[in-house]
Write a protein that binds this ligand. Structure first.
Ligand SMILES: Nc1nc2c(ncn2[C@@H]2O[C@H](COP(=O)(O)OP(=O)(O)O)[C@@H](O)[C@H]2O)c(=O)[nH]1
Ligand SMILES: [Mg+2]
Length: 253
């Protein structure tokens, strides 16, 4: 059982990609299960096979502890840790080849609290990977792209799991805009030039420092353009995950 966590900023497309990619995998005759880890989700574009909301309800926490919605979400994220092994058991009973995990809308609830890496560890002893979503519309600005890179780096230092980068919602951009972003992922000098142009040369050292940090830290994972609306890029995403899970990448378990 392979587990894939979809992680990204709020609205980057985690839930819809979980929906579309799971459908795509089913058509490819893979045994796939979906796990919703967002206790605050009110409406999901798929029906999760395993759902944290069966164990934790944000409204109940608000009532029980006298919390507002934000406080309740934070407490809920922590309480998920206690349910991790039960969720893991539910998943293994389904016996899927691959599990797609939709993580909480607000990324920090999963990534930057103690519970996230704990849950990842408790769910399975098998291989896991993270798909980190770059919202393509947000990423058209090279400085936004770089800040997303650093967020992804922060995720990496929290989980130490192999990571795949996805440029989500690419149907919303014209092809040349998508290609421009993909070139930044391939070629550090392209990224540096774009940042330079954006900062109009006033902060040349900053632009060099930012882009070089990404490459020196070896965080420049492959970037795959995907649309959960048109299903573009699904086979590339699948191929990339297969490479990760068959050990073709530099990561070992
Ligand atoms: N056009 C387009 N919209 C998308 C795509 N993926 C997600 N969205 C929309 O972006 C919004 C946020 O998506 P959602 O999956 O809920 O993001 P999450 O907060 O990361 O789970 C929703 O309105 C989706 O319909 C995509 O590939 N293309
Ligand atoms: Mg969501």
């Amino acid at each position: 059982m392979f587990i894939v966590f979809f992680v990204g900023t709020a609205g980057s497309g985690k839930s819809l990609l979980t929906a579309s990619f799971s459908e795509w995998l089913r058509i490819e005759e893979q045994k796939v299960a979906t796990l919703n880890l967002d206790p605050g989700a009110t409406r999901l574009p798929y029906t999760p096979d395993v759902d944290v909301r069966d164990y934790i309800r944000v409204e109940e926490i608000m009532d029980k502890y006298g919390l507002g919605p934000n406080g309740a979400l934070i407490l809920a994220a922590d309480l998920i840790a206690d349910e991790a092994s039960r969720l893991g058991t539910e998943l293994s009973e389904l016996n899927p080849d691959i599990v797609l995990v939709d993580t909480p809308g607000q990324m920090e609830l999963f990534a930057f609290r103690a519970s996230g890496p704990y849950i990842a560890k408790e769910l399975t002893e098998g291989p896991e990977a993270i798909v980190y979503l770059f919202d393509s519309v947000f990423s058209t600005d090279p400085l936004n792209y770089v800040s997303n890179m650093f967020l992804s780096a922060a995720i990496y230092t929290r989980f130490f799991l192999p990571q795949v980068h996805v440029l989500s919602k690419c149907d919303l951009l014209p092809k040349d805009e998508v290609d421009r972003i993909l070139r930044w992922a391939e070629d550090v000098s392209e990224l540096e030039a774009a940042i330079d142009e954006r900062l109009r040369g006033t902060r040349r050292l900053l632009s060099q420092g930012l882009s070089q940090a990404i490459y020196q830290l070896d965080l420049n994972f492959e970037l795959i353009q995907v649309s959960a609306m048109t299903n573009e890029g699904m086979s590339n995403l699948n191929a990339s995950l297969e490479r990760v899970f068959t050990g073709g990448e530099k990561f070992t378990y």
